[in-house]
Design a protein around this ligand. Structure first.
Ligand SMILES: NC(=O)c1ccc[n+]([C@@H]2O[C@H](COP(=O)([O-])OP(=O)(O)OC[C@H]3O[C@@H](n4cnc5c(N)ncnc54)[C@H](O)[C@@H]3O)[C@@H](O)[C@H]2O)c1
Length: 351
């Protein structure tokens, strides 16, 4: 029975937050590139899984990564590691993490990247559904909100079982830079970045609290252009640093792997942790009042993660400006989604 406070605080998403009867921890990572391998290694060294399957289309790549991991397996309590091109080996995975697809190029727009990666996702999603129909799928392929939407549509999974990595890493940076400026531990800071990742992400300054004290109550203009202390330089710094890492080494594989390990363990261990991840948002007020699935988009919001994926979305009390920015992102997602062809060819549909 939900109390009034719980109802006002969070939107109930998952039809049953019941814990799985048979706890398992099999994880599949699809894509053995920089991000997939960094994540595999992080999950193994943090002992988050005892059974890991790594899938890629390149056998040579898989062989190299597999031999390297197996050599060190004894130091990781000898987990079962399978590296394969055969999806049947992924059967009954608890969590499937998608890291396939080439990194977005600097001059590439999101529509082109979405179309390019949609073709790859059409190839792999039917195989995931066939082998692990109960899995929670976590999408890392960029543009992550659009790719999460594509996976949700192709899989026909309930929306709470398809999650995108979203703004979880940016939010963690947001907390730690606020903490650094205040000279406190990040654990004293509650703060998050929502919407889409990158430059258009929305730092929710109105909701930043330190041990329950709202910074906006002390500095009414915090994070705005009128802020005398220019706190928003923190958000600019996060975006700049992320772009800098990408231009120097091509990807943020190591830090993303840490964030993803946290999301994965929240699902495997049913921790009910609150993390901003890309989730299905229903009922966005798009400009055209057309009903139907045009209103479905994926964007990051703070979610309670459990064994069923997203159990709740926390209802934030956003300012009008923050709401408008979120709406702008939703409108953009809607526009990109309407340009996608998500019909599965027979070859993949019957996989
Ligand atoms: N969500 C995030 O915050 C975040 C952060 C970093 C990277 N990424 C994204 O993760 C993705 C992977 O990045 P990366 O640096 O590891 O790229 P990468 O090129 O190093 O690796 C991609 C891998 O996918 C494999 N692959 C491609 N098509 C496949 C298919 N049909 N079936 C199986 N495997 C296939 C390739 O063989 C390759 O090994 C990119 O889309 C990137 O933009 C997301």
């Amino acid at each position: 029975m939900l109390t009034t406070t719980v109802k006002a605080l969070m939107t109930y998403v998952c039809p049953s937050a019941a814990r799985r009867k048979n706890r398992r921890d099999k994880v599949t990572i699809i894509g053995a590139g920089s991000v997939g391998v960094a994540l595999a290694y992080t999950l193994l060294t943090q002992k988050k899984t005892s059974e890991l399957v790594l899938i890629d289309k390149s056998e040579e790549q898989l062989q190299g990564e597999h031999m390297d991991m197996i050599q060190g397996a004894m130091f990781m309590e000898s987990p079962r590691i399978t590296s394969t091109t055969d999806y049947h080996k992924t059967v009954d995975s608890c969590v499937v993490i998608i890291t396939v697809g080439a990194v977005m190029q600097e001059d590439e727009n999101e529509m082109d990247a979405a179309k390019r990666n949609a073709e790859i996702l059409k190839e792999i999603v039917p195989a995931i559904v066939k082998e692990s129909p109960e899995a929670v799928v976590v999408v890392m392929t960029q543009p992550v909100d659009i790719c999460s939407y594509i996976v949700w549509k192709l899989s026909k999974f309930p929306a709470h079982r398809v999650i995108g990595s979203g703004t979880c890493l940016q939010s963690a940076n947001f907390k730690s830079l606020i903490a650094e400026r205040l000279g406190v531990s990040p654990s004293a800071v509650q703060a998050c970045i929502i919407g889409e990742p990158g430059q258009k992400s929305i730092p929710v300054w109105s909701g930043v609290t330190i041990c329950g004290v709202r910074l906006k109550d002390i500095n009414a203009d915090i994070g705005t252009d009128e802020d005398p202390e220019d706190w928003n330089y923190i958000h600019k710094e996060i975006v700049k640093n992320s772009n800098c890492i990408k231009s120097i080494k091509g990807h943020e594989a190591l830090s993303m792997a840490q964030a993803m390990a946290k999301i994965t363990s929240a699902i495997l261990e049913d921790t009910r942790e609150c993390m901003p991840v890309s989730t299905h948002i229903r009922g966005c007020r798009h400009k055209d009042s057309d009903a139907g699935d045009r209103k479905d988009v994926y964007l990051s919001l703070p979610c309670i993660l459990s064994s069923c994926g997203v159990s709740y979305i926390v209802r934030q009390q956003l300012t009008e400006k923050e709401k408008n920015l979120l709406q702008k992102s939703a409108d953009k997602m809607n526009e990109i989604q309407s340009g996608l062809d998500l019909t599965l060819s027979e070859m993949y549909a019957n996989k």
